[in-house]
Design a protein around this ligand. Structure first.
Ligand SMILES: Cc1cc2nc3c(=O)[nH]c(=O)nc-3n(C[C@H](O)[C@H](O)[C@H](O)COP(=O)(O)OP(=O)(O)OC[C@H]3O[C@@H](n4cnc5c(N)ncnc54)[C@H](O)[C@@H]3O)c2cc1C
Length: 431
């Protein structure tokens, strides 16, 4: 941000992007409005880099900030003509807080387990003994999340549907020196002192491995001039991202994608625009602003988040996913009767309506792909298919028109496999 300011790159901090504008499968800009005063923006651009995050706020508990990661990247890209890849691959972090509801899912750092935190179920059992007796609480993120989920599902969870994470046996100075943010967060959100009491936690949706289909070389998409990066993109982290790899990815691909987009723009002989595309974006915004139906946007967002938690959470099944799709049909039918009411405080209600549209699209893609991935792989657990299926070592690519299709994954070039083997042997691989 500071570097952008130094370079005098304009930053529109309060603009909500509603549409990526295209003409004949080529980007020519973006459309949106100011969330404070409703001013419309029409931006012309040769290239657009989509960096609008993932879709983990379509679950009830999420580590994301409020009103972010509602799948905007997914909808913006798909409506522009791009496809999605592996939307079902979502990482659940084991330790999100449960209360208060508006902060549900806020992360308790894994450092709490790393420093010696102990996990117990409502019966007081140290349940990791059942799942990973060697590593116990230091087991991997996905195994701990699955273990906590299983305890809760099998009736050994707390009244609020969680398990206990306890660091109160650690010396107070260790907590204050090594876990100051966890201490501070818990005081702020629950007035709970972790040096004395255990924290009630449950798995929380944390990271979207899937996202917009991109070319691995430069993260270009199916649409000329449209690029995606970070949680908006897909492919780099396979079925389960290693902790810590996301910010590195952003730095590395920030450079690669920035250079690719600049080169694309420099080589573009001319930019064509489409008044139809602009009219469609403007028309949809006008239509939503005039919507005066009986359905509340926030209530429908909650309905999607509940449905995804119940039917596409840490563990999925054919029956549950199909039930999820049935519920989604009903929610989408209700979306035809929205009431949207900007007020003196701003145009947030309009932004929530677009978030809702994005969430519904992201939920459908996720449910359909999760149904098709009839195996357990990485962060995707199917109770009815508990093993990995070699035939499904593929990417699942989704679009509203084609549904889910399979795409082969290129083999890793030998020199790169060799490099990975070398650094692993030397023990330099972080995780
Ligand atoms: C609590 C927590 C701790 C983490 N710790 C680590 C760590 O230690 N190491 C690590 O590597 N990773 C970590 N991660 C993951 C990492 O932070 C994220 O993967 C990364 O920030 C994703 O960056 P992004 O730019 O893709 O998306 P985001 O950071 O989600 O940014 C997306 C941006 O797009 C904006 N946006 C979305 N839709 C619209 C729209 N329609 N119009 C306008 N703007 C829009 C949002 O407001 C947001 O500013 C952590 C994540 C969390 C939640």
């Amino acid at each position: 941000m500071q570097r952008s300011e130094q370079l005098e790159i304009p930053i529109l901090d309060t603009m909500y992007v509603t549409d990526i504008l295209t003409d004949d499968n080529r980007v020519f800009g973006a459309y949106g409005f100011d969330i404070n005063d409703g001013t419309r923006y029409l931006i012309h651009a040769d290239a657009v880099i989509l960096a609008a995050g993932g879709h983990n706020r379509i679950w009830r508990r999420t580590s994301s900030r409020r009103d972010e990661n509602t799948g905007d990247s997914f909808r913006l890209a798909v409506e522009a003509g791009a496809r999605l890849r592996d939307p079902e691959l979502v990482q659940f972090h084991p330790s999100g807080i449960i209360e208060p509801e508006h902060a549900a899912g806020t992360l308790i750092s894994e450092a709490a387990r790393g420093e010696g935190g102990i996990l117990r179920n409502a019966l007081g059992e140290r349940f990791m003994e059942r799942y990973d007796p060697e590593r116990m609480e230091l087991s991997t993120r996905d195994r701990v999340a699955l273990a906590a989920y299983t305890e809760i599902q099998e009736g050994r969870g707390t009244e609020n549907g969680g398990v206990w994470l306890d660091v109160s046996h650690l010396p107070r100075h260790t907590i204050m020196e090594r876990l100051p943010r966890v201490y501070q967060t818990m005081i702020e959100v629950q007035m709970l002192d972790i040096t004395r009491e255990a924290v009630e936690i449950a798995p929380t949706a944390h990271y979207s491995m899937g996202g917009v289909w991109v070319n691995p070389e430069d993260h270009s998409t199916d649409v000329d001039g449209l690029y995606a990066i970070g949680e908006a993109s897909s492919g780099l982290h396979g079925a389960n991202r290693l902790g810590g790899n996301s910010l590195i990815e952003l730095l590395v691909y920030g450079r690669i994608v920035g250079q690719a987009a600049a080169a694309y723009s420099a080589n573009l002989p001319a930019q064509t625009r489409s008044t139809d595309a602009i009219d469609a974006a403007r028309g949809e915004l006008d239509r939503l602003l005039a919507a005066d139906g009986a359905e509340n946007v926030r209530a429908l967002q909650r309905a999607i988040r509940n449905m995804m938690t119940d039917h596409a959470g840490v563990v999925r099944s054919e029956e549950g996913l199909r039930e999820g799709l049935r519920k989604l049909d009903a929610i989408e039918a209700r979306m035809a009767d929205l009431g949207i009411h900007p007020d003196i405080a701003g145009f947030q209600d309009l932004a929530h309506a677009y978030d809702l549209k994005s969430s519904a699209l992201a939920a459908r893609a996720t449910l359909e792909a999760a149904l098709e991935r009839r195996e357990t792989r990485g962060a995707h657990n199917r109770s009815d298919y508990p093993e990995m299926d070699p035939d499904l070592q593929v990417n699942l690519v989704w679009s509203p028109d084609t549904g889910v299709t399979r795409e082969a994954i290129d083999p890793i070039p030998e020199e790169i496999s060799e490099l990975i083997r070398e650094v692993s042997v030397e023990g330099k691989l972080v995780e």
